[in-house]
Ligand binder design. Structure first.
Ligand code: UD1
Ligand code: CA
Length: 486
């Protein structure tokens, strides 16, 4: 097998009309990465001499994404001649006198594995072919180019759906849109391709018949898994591709030692990491670069976006974005952790609690019905139910600082900026507007005053007044008895 140099061309200039989207098709996300990002990753796995991406529709947006994902990739601009053939032509011009193998990938065929492409390259080099196509057998070939063969089984040409006669359209062997070519014959024969077809485009697929006519060898390599070879042209196919990719990702983490109870309702982005002995309960989304450490349990009904979950932590029915959850901590049920929430080891964020841009120290607890924003909380703190940090004065956000071992009463408001010293306590219902020194008890509620008999006097005839009267008689009778006894 020759070891000719390899160049990869990724086609990403098309509009993707069938997506009916403002976003260019190749930028639609799949498993947390744009379609074209998947293709670039697979290309990079082959360690080619160079990778070029052809752009045109929403060019700047696509280039930005491509350069963020793969800074070394060459960007080539397609001109106003439409079609995959033209896209390859401009990329070839950019390759200069490159003389090795050219692997053409479609920016909208995201699920192919590097293994499949290596097999395609091997087949190409073994056959000494001028072109080798990747094909797939599918039940429903609608929309794809069909591979038409001669009586002897060799490839004759590819016909596009829109140009196909009925008997051609019945063929179920499709062109995946991925090929290897020898650079020189490709360059020579692509120059002969015209645009006389149903779409008025310069089809790359037409080069196949021209190579055959010139007695070049055109080989075919069949993709082992047809579902991985499917393209994304509309939103239906996008969701099918997402399901295929997700099933692959879930299976990978299961084999790495994660218990994932319900693969159908668990969605894991390609950049997430699950340690062995993680348990994922149904309806859970593990997105972006979320990492979950060993022994942690997440779900059910949980969404984690770019989070870090520590060892043995428990996250139940929670929504967390860019949050850090410490080892052994518990979150939920029904908790909302926003960007910058950091929960220390063995800490707790309980039910109906929202945390934003706040650090909660080791072993500290915010168990019930609270909003904590722009706050630093030390270790061993317990905030009573209904703690609210009033962090916003209509103009700016201010910080609340709570020291170690602070215990607050229920239903407190901390009006920021404010500091609570170590070991301090606050009374129920307190509105803390001034700093509390270490070890102090802060009370801000006026002493309670009971106006005896108010209800019977001011609400006569109501059921409350009747209940009060009954209680008074019972009390008086009891007092009488006590007096007799005494
Ligand atoms: C193409 C193939 C078809 C194959 C299918 C597989 C052609 C003519 N047809 O059809 O045989 O079965 O892929 O998925 O090649 N693009 C450009 N410049 C353009 C047009 C398209 O770069 O001028 C890019 C697109 O961004 C896309 C890829 O090429 O990434 C394929 O284009 P698309 O229009 O989706 O082609 P299909 O109709 O799917
Ligand atoms: Ca396509």
């Amino acid at each position: 097998m020759s070891t000719a140099e390899l160049a990869v061309i990724v086609l990403a200039a098309g509009q993707g009309t069938r997506m009916r989207s403002r976003l260019p098709k190749v930028l639609h996300p799949l498993g947390g990465r744009p379609l074209v990002g998947h293709v670039l990753d697979t290309a990079a796995a082959l360690s080619p001499a160079r990778i070029a991406v052809v752009v045109r529709h929403e060019r700047d947006l696509v280039v930005q994404t491509v350069q963020d994902l793969a800074p070394d990739v060459r960007v080539v601009d397609q001109d106003d001649v439409p079609g995959t053939g033209r896209a390859v032509q401009v990329a070839l011009e950019d390759l200069g006198d490159f003389d090795g193998d050219v692997l053409v990938l479609s920016g909208d065929v995201p699920l192919l594995e590097a293994e499949t492409l290596r097999a395609l390259l091997d087949a190409h080099r073994a056959a000494g072919a001028a072109a080798t196509l990747l094909s797939a057998e599918v039940d429903d070939p609608t929309g794809y180019g069909r591979i038409l063969r001669d009586a002897d089984g060799g490839v004759r040409r590819i016909v596009e759906q829109k140009d196909a006669a009925p008997e051609e359209a019945a063929v179920r062997e499709i062109n995946v849109g991925v090929y290897v070519f020898q650079a020189a014959p490709l360059r020579e024969h692509l120059a002969l391709v015209g645009t006389a077809n149903a779409q008025g485009e310069l089809y790359l697929t037409d080069v196949v018949a021209l190579l055959r006519d010139a007695r070049h060898t055109v080989a075919v390599s069949t993709a082992p898994d047809a579902t991985a070879a499917l393209g994304v042209n509309d939103r239906v196919q996008l969701s099918e591709a997402a399901r295929t990719l997700n099933a692959r990702t879930v299976r990978r983490w299961q084999l790495e030692g994660a218990t994932i109870l319900d693969p159908a309702t668990t969605w894991i982005d390609v950049d997430a990491t699950l340690a062995p002995d993680v348990t994922v309960l149904p309806n859970t989304h593990i997105l972006r670069a979320t990492t979950i450490a060993s022994g942690a349990t997440v779900g059910p009904d949980t969404s984690l976006v770019g989070c870090e979950v520590g060892e043995d932590a428990t996250v139940t029915r929670a929504d967390a974005t860019f949050a850090v959850i410490g080892a052994g901590a518990t979150v939920g049920p029904f908790a909302y952790l926003r960007a910058g929430a950091q929960l220390g080891a063995r800490g707790k964020v309980g039910t109906f609690v929202e945390i934003k841009n706040s650090r909660i120290g080791e072993g500290s607890k915010v168990p019930h019905l609270s909003y904590i924003g722009d706050t630093t909380i030390g270790r061993g703190v317990n905030l009573g139910a209904g703690a609210i940090t009033a962090n916003y004065d209509d103009i700016t956000k201010h910080r609340t600082e709570i020291g170690d071992e602070v215990h607050s009463g229920s239903h407190n408001v901390f009006v920021a900026p404010v500091r609570i010293g170590d070991g301090a306590k606050t009374g129920a219902g307190a509105v803390i507007r001034k700093d509390v020194p270490a070890g102090a008890l802060a009370l801000s509620v006026a002493p309670q005053r009971n106006v005896e008999g108010w209800v019977e006097k001011n609400r006569p005839g109501t059921s409350a007044a009747a209940a009060a009267a009954r209680a008074r008689s019972a009390q008086e009778a009891g007092d009488g008895l006590e007096e007799e006894d005494g």
